[in-house]
Design a protein around this ligand. Structure first.
Ligand code: AMP
Length: 277
């Protein structure tokens, strides 16, 4: 596996490649990331994983400084699933001077995650565009775990007519249902036992929808209350349309349940698509 650290080297290496699939990550690679890399390796002749902890997408008081950086272990895991190239730029490569131009994402980026993490998607879109420009891939894989991010990136690629096919990947979970995340390592033993309840609260809503219940606000309230009773600080547990992440009207059937809540000092997110009967 090749490790490349500068944009110039990357450009030289990829000059004759016409089938590159990119997996942008912040590292601390787990099986969720690896499932994306496997898709990339099956999709294209060159699978290229980027590892860069992007300061721009962290708000004040968030975990940029303490975000786990585990480059050596990450490389071993990536190599084991057949990843071809790792692009691992440092801060100087990505931001040689303070970033002055930004992608200003549309209104959808202000709700849900955007409401609780102001400027987050502006930072995400800006770095993803820079990474796309550096790599110039034909395709890129993003996880549904970050559902709103996937929707915003797809919209950005579409509106800027970037010639990149965005491939969505299903969320990979631990045996007890907890979505894998680099942030799970912050959980204490007791919190780790409690953590699958976020998924359970989402499943409770899914079951109600599958039984024909359409009282979404009541379901959202009950799911949030369940988490609060167990010590969570709930940002949101809501039902939205898959397209546009809007409040569903009675004839919408393609829905997604999204949740974000903090346990101790660790903020977790999860979601589940559901097709209402
Ligand atoms: P991150 O390193 O957290 O920025 O994530 C990099 C990519 O991996 C994003 O596209 C995420 O949506 C995806 N990802 C993170 N966790 C999971 C998971 N448990 N299952 C599938 N994809 C994931």
């Amino acid at each position: 596996m090749e490790v490349i650290k500068t944009v110039d080297e990357l450009r030289a290496r990829l000059a004759r490649e016409h089938d590159v699939c990119c997996v942008p990550t912040m590292g601390n690679i787990h099986d969720g990331h690896l499932s994306l890399v496997k898709i990339a390796a099956q999709t294209a002749s060159v699978s290229l994983t980027t590892i860069f902890v992007n300061r721009l997408q962290f708000g004040q008081g968030e975990d940029f400084e303490r975000y786990p950086r585990t480059f050596e272990e990450d490389c071993a895991k990536l190599e084991a699933v057949g990843n071809k190239i790792v692009f691992h730029p440092d801060e100087q490569q990505m931001y040689p001077e303070p970033q002055a131009f930004f992608i200003d994402p549309p209104k959808v980026a202000k709700k849900l995650e955007g409401r609780f993490r102001q400027g987050h998607f502006r930072g995400v879109c800006t770095v993803v565009l820079k990474l796309f420009n550096a790599v110039q891939p034909q395709s890129a894989v993003f996880g549904k775990k970050d559902y709103q991010q996937l929707a915003i990136i797809r919209h950005m690629v579409d509106q800027f007519a970037l010639p990149i096919c965005i491939i969505p990947a299903e969320t990979v979970r631990a045996g007890d249902g907890l979505a894998l995340s680099s942030r799970n390592r912050y959980l204490s033993e007791a919190e780790r036992k409690e953590a699958p309840r976020l998924r359970e609260a989402i499943l409770q809503i899914r079951d109600a929808i599958n039984e024909g219940d359409r009282k979404f606000v009541a379901m959202e309230y009950a799911a949030g209350a369940l988490l609060s009773r167990h010590g969570w600080n709930v940002d949101y547990v809501v039902v939205r349309t898959q397209r546009g992440l809007k409040r569903p009207s009675p004839d919408d059937s393609d829905l997604v349940i999204l949740g974000a809540a903090t346990l101790g000092s660790t903020r977790l997110i999860d979601n589940l698509e559901v097709v209402a009967p």
